[in-house]
Write a protein that binds this ligand. Structure first.
Ligand SMILES: Cc1cc2nc3c(=O)[nH]c(=O)nc-3n(C[C@H](O)[C@H](O)[C@H](O)COP(=O)(O)O)c2cc1C
Length: 197
């Protein structure tokens, strides 16, 4: 399938960037076509402005969307797979990626309500994955409830919640201090997730 990978890290030469490389290698080995949306290097503006706020709160589908949002919609509609690769910052996605959801998951595209209040979507994505390295250990992420919290927000609300039928989270802990063995295990995991996508 064609897979859009949304990458949100200020440095391409980072461990998160290495995860992106490993994931892409796995995806390509499995025969998938890959397109990367590198939000920082593309200069994506994460700020929802007043006009967009008015459109979203009024659920006014007839109000035209900005060209950069339409471009994101176009590349999403080319894809059946969607992967997010980003570091865990303050127990959530980096602000640039949060803003991507604010601006790109628009009413009438990501979700809309029918007369009977059921939800519909224009998204063609059938499967999604969030791949997220974290400084805390896996034990600490579990003990603090942060893996569960991030799954609820990122997977249940932002992905399954807009009608994507299958979505997963891989929160890869233990990166504080850059431990070599943990990094190698996470890179192998990212390759495997790509190959099995
Ligand atoms: C601004 C900032 C906030 C962070 N917040 C968290 C956090 O809340 N929980 C956590 O486990 N790690 C946190 N970290 C650590 C990063 O998740 C970790 O360094 C990163 O995943 C490693 O990948 P990188 O070298 O590609 O940045 C934070 C790092 C930064 C820079």
């Amino acid at each position: 399938m064609r897979v859009l990978v949304v990458f949100a890290h200020p440095r391409r030469a980072s461990f998160t960037g290495e995860l992106l490389d490993a994931l892409q290698s796995g995806l390509k080995a499995a025969g998938h076509e890959v397109e990367v949306a590198d939000l920082y290097s593309e200069g994506f503006d994460p700020r929802l402005d007043a006009a967009a706020f008015d459109r979203e709160t009024a659920m006014a589908c007839e109000v035209a969307l900005p060209v950069d949002v339409l471009a994101e919609h176009a590349r999403l509609l080319r894809c059946q797979g969607l992967v997010f690769v980003y570091p865990f910052w303050w127990s959530d996605v980096p602000a640039i990626l949060k803003g991507w959801f604010d601006r790109v998951w628009t009413y009438g595209f990501a979700y809309a309500y029918e007369a009977d209040r059921s939800r519909t979507t224009q998204l063609t994505v059938r499967k999604a994955l969030a791949l997220c390295p974290a400084g805390h250990t896996d034990e600490k992420l579990d003990a603090l409830g942060l893996r569960e919290a991030h799954w609820r927000v990122m997977v249940e609300d932002r992905l399954l919640g807009v009608g994507i039928p299958e979505a997963h989270l891989e929160l890869l802990g233990g990166l504080s201090g850059n431990p070599v063995e943990i990094r190698a295990a996470h890179l192998a995991k990212a390759y495997g997730l790509g190959a099995a996508f």
